[in-house]
Design a protein around this ligand. Sequence first.
Ligand code: SAM
Length: 261
Amino acid sequence: MYLKPKKRLGQNFLVDKNIQRKLITAYELKASDCVLEIGAGYGELTMLIAHDAAFVYALEIDPALCKTLRDNTQGYANIKIINQDILRFNLRRYFGRLKNKIKVVGNIPYYITTPIIEHLLRYRDKIETIFITLQKEFAKRITAHPGSGDYSSFSCFVQYYSISGILFFIKKTSFSPIPKVDSCVVELKIREKPAVQVKNEKLFFRIIRSAFNQKRKTLRNSLDGVIPLRKLSRFFQVYNIDRHIRPEDLTLRDFANLANL
Ligand code: SAM
């Protein structure tokens, strides 16, 4: 049974079977894998995952959809459907005792992409890899490197904890109803240790956020009031950095050096 899609829950279902298969290949599932799927919808991907993995926890916020999802996945002993909001889902409660790290997959609603990634990264010690399908523009932001117009404080945040990359693009016509924009599949491979050594993470992220708040300004101007000028001058001098540099040209290592100094 098909229900009227709820726009407010980002219900654009992936109906292209080739892309579904392509996603399963990209997940590189092993028979021992435990998978958390965010927003399982009608469960088409869930069932494909269940064929290759040990167990799937399928999260779905919409109670009406959950009912259909339960009917569709009947007979799969390795699928557990949970009617919950991912943002309230405590991964430690479910996966805290597992010896192996889990994989997280999801064709996630665009409107809560940022909070979902932030939420997942809080449990990074339990996660091996995150595969998410999201809006193309957002995917570019997450995976952008210094010098690119898409590089942002969120790119830094995500890349500090993971190695991120775009796997492939998905045309909007692969979904029903057809969304306004094309999508991308992004892989976030959680790092064993953050990308750079930082003495004070709070300060490190405060500097990054402040720097990108005023992206068009030079670093010196955007950090005015955040870091004393004499410290900033010392940073330029010690690390041989042009004092007119803009925030988007600094690497994670540069931000770490600045915070540590
Ligand atoms: N996985 C299905 C597919 O690929 O066709 C559905 C994808 S659809 C883009 C997003 C799904 O996430 C919807 O089923 C929606 O109800 C669900 N969803 C929306 N917000 C959610 C949240 N906060 N927590 C869990 N699921 C959510």
